[in-house]
Design a binder for this molecule. Structure first.
Ligand code: G
Ligand code: G
Ligand code: MN
Ligand code: NA
Length: 252
């Protein structure tokens, strides 16, 4: 409860910050975009990572105002990059609870209007748990987001419960291959099988794949040779503050 109250105040006092991790084209190494990742700059405890507060945010419902803040901040940053001529896509994590709000699409539309962010440069990362029951309402909501020009990605692919038949029916452009399957390629043959099956499934369904958690050249080369189009991970960069990301891109 203490953490919950502190987090509520943190949102009001603007103690949250976003860091941005680049997503890189496997072919030529170009930076295509980034994923926004929230941190809490706590006045006494220093920089807290999502693992230290996202669960409490989910349990308390604070993930709704937190998620609104994240989306608005990411869109404001995206609009700033647009104005500076930087052609980047912004990927934002959306929690299942946030996505299930009846007002979610209205909130997204309002934030796009207020910030001037280009919906074609916005990607929302949904988890399998948000889509576990792809009811007509869920499908309609996803279609409404796509009609705004936004792209939808399925985060942590392979770790949840989605049946493959959902993939065919849902308007998802991109799978994010979870880093647990990337970590031990090419040594772990089961992970290799899962990575290759994901790449092949995505290709056949006309989807794009981002491999997460790429940490070394061996993993990069293995995935690139098997047609993985986009990568994200410490091999390229950790999540960075907005200015640091711009500097990192310009220095490449
Ligand atoms: O930044 P880090 O790698 O520690 O993030 C850990 C996890 O926390 C991510 O995989 C993501 O699922 C979650 N996370 C990070 N930022 C956000 C956010 O803005 N909203 C939501 N819902 N989850 C986030
Ligand atoms: O949304 P998601 O939970 O997938 O967010 C990605 C998380 O993975 C973030 O917490 C980010 O800091 C972390 N991460 C990003 N790249 C790497 C990496 O190369 N290795 C590891 N271990 N974690 C990473
Ligand atoms: Mn993510
Ligand atoms: Na993920």
């Amino acid at each position: 409860l203490m953490l919950e109250n502190a987090l509520r105040r943190a949102i009001e006092r603007n103690e949250l910050v976003l860091h941005y991790q680049p997503q890189v084209a496997a072919g030529d190494g170009r930076v295509l975009g980034c994923e926004a990742l929230v941190r809490w700059q706590h006045p006494e405890l220093g920089m807290l990572q999502p693992v230290q507060f996202i669960a409490v945010a989910e349990e308390s419902g604070l993930i709704i105002p937190l998620g609104d803040w994240v989306l608005a901040t990411a869109c404001r940053q995206l609009a700033g990059w647009q104005a500076a001529g930087r052609e980047l896509v912004m990927a934002v994590n959306i929690s299942a609870l946030q996505f299930c709000q009846a007002t979610f699409v209205d909130t997204v539309r309002r934030i796009l209007d207020e910030t001037g962010a280009d919906p074609k440069r916005l990607e929302l990362e949904l988890t399998e748990s948000a889509l576990m029951q792809p009811t007509p309402e869920v499908l309609a909501r996803m279609n409404a987001l796509c009609e705004l020009g936004i792209r939808l990605a399925l985060d942590d692919f392979g770790t949840g419960y989605s049946s493959l038949s959902y993939l065919k029916r849902l308007p998802i452009c991109r799978l994010k291959l979870d880093r647990s399957f990337v970590k031990d390629v090419p040594d772990d043959l089961e992970d290799v099988a899962i990575a290759m099956a994901t790449l092949s499934l995505a290709r056949d369904l006309g989807m794009d794949v981002v491999a997460e958690g790429v940490e070394n050249e061996t993993q990069r080369q293995f995935l690139a040779e098997r047609g993985c189009p986009v990568m994200q991970g410490y091999l390229f960069s950790r999540p960075l503050a907005a200015d640091a990301l711009a500097q990192w891109i310009d220095a490449r």
